[in-house]
Ligand binder design. Structure first.
Ligand code: LHQ
Length: 263
């Protein structure tokens, strides 16, 4: 299957999906969202796919929503931020959580905003030494979305989640490991090989049992994920109406520090 924004390769039962907009650290466009949906839908149906690896081309994993697209030059007519989440990101997070096959995020570089939280939605995260995580939302006056308000406190606890979400500070790979955000940190030169070895191993294990285990983990740890995603979309709608959101996006695009007023 040929995509515009993704590279896709299947080997030894492992589907590797590579986000492929390296010039903008694989920031997400509508096309990328659609293609990711399609790729996960296909992977769900295809019995020969028994493990999925999500990674990024170039030096980034994913910088979240493409703020150029969000700012105006969209690749399709722009719905409200809430609808964008309800129609695009939220169903993708649901797909990652409900596909009954292991999903590994191979975090090769910076993972920011929704890009960070898509990685957190995956079952396992392998980080390159070059990886970092940024809950970048606050820097543009937004709230964590794509399941971040659940996944982040689940993984690192409420206090650290609050610190990361409120400050938008960048967490390096070692710190991410210490906090339990990632399973393993691997030197950059051994990174894809190590990820592939784990993925190939998982793909050769009893897929149905792993899928049912994932279903049970979902039930135990995130039975209200639907509600949480819907609530995030509501909160994001409120945040998107603030002056600070407009200022944050303008400042990012103009490459200057934002001046937030609290309004
Ligand atoms: C970008 C981006 C980007 C465009 C880097 N867009 N170009 C959902 C629904 C609806 C609306 C809103 O949002 C959401 C969910 C979200 O995801 S909101 C959060 C969106 N993401 C961000 O706010 C992150 C913005 N990016 C950054 O803060 C930095 O780029 C990070 C920390 C990711 C990386 O910093 P650096 O390593 O210093 O790289 P850089 O900033 O120099 O970026 C490299 C290039 O990528 C640069 O372009 P240029 O032409 O100067 O080389 C950036 O403009 C571009 N880029 N992120 N999200």
């Amino acid at each position: 299957m040929a995509y515009e924004t993704l590279l896709s390769e299947t080997m030894d039962g492992v589907l590797t999906l590579t986000l492929n907009r390296p010039d903008v650290l694989n920031a997400v466009t509508d096309t990328m969202l659609k293609e990711l949906h399609g790729a996960f839908r296909e992977a769900e149906r295809d019995a020969s796919v028994r493990c999925i690896v999500l990674t990024g081309a170039g030096r980034g994993f994913c910088a979240g929503q493409d703020l150029n697209a969000h700012g105006g030059a969209a690749d399709s007519p722009r719905p409200s931020v809430g609808d964008h989440l309800r129609q695009g990101y939220n169903p993708l997070v649901q797909r990652i959580r409900t596909i009954e096959k292991p999903v590994i995020a191979a975090v090769n570089g910076v993972a920011a905003g929704a890009g960070a939280n898509l990685a957190l939605a995956c079952d396992i995260r392998i980080a390159s030494e070059a990886a970092s995580f940024v809950q970048a939302f606050v820097k543009i006056g937004l709230v964590p979305d794509s399941g971040g308000t659940l996944f982040l406190p689940l993984l690192v606890g409420m206090a650290k989640a609050a610190e990361l979400a409120f400050t938008g500070d960048r967490l390096n790979a070692e710190e991410s490991l210490r906090l339990g955000l990632v399973n393993q940190v691997v030197p950059a030169d051994a990174f894809m090989e190590t990820t592939r070895a784990l993925a190939t191993r998982l793909a050769a294990l009893p897929t149905r049992a792993i899928g049912l285990t994932k279903r049970a983990f979902n039930r135990a740890m995130m039975p209200h994920l639907d509600d949480i995603l819907a609530y995030e979309a509501d909160m994001q709608t409120l945040a998107s109406r603030t002056h600070d959101n407009k200022e944050g996006i303008a400042a990012f695009l103009e490459k200057r520090p934002p001046l937030f007023t609290g309004q």
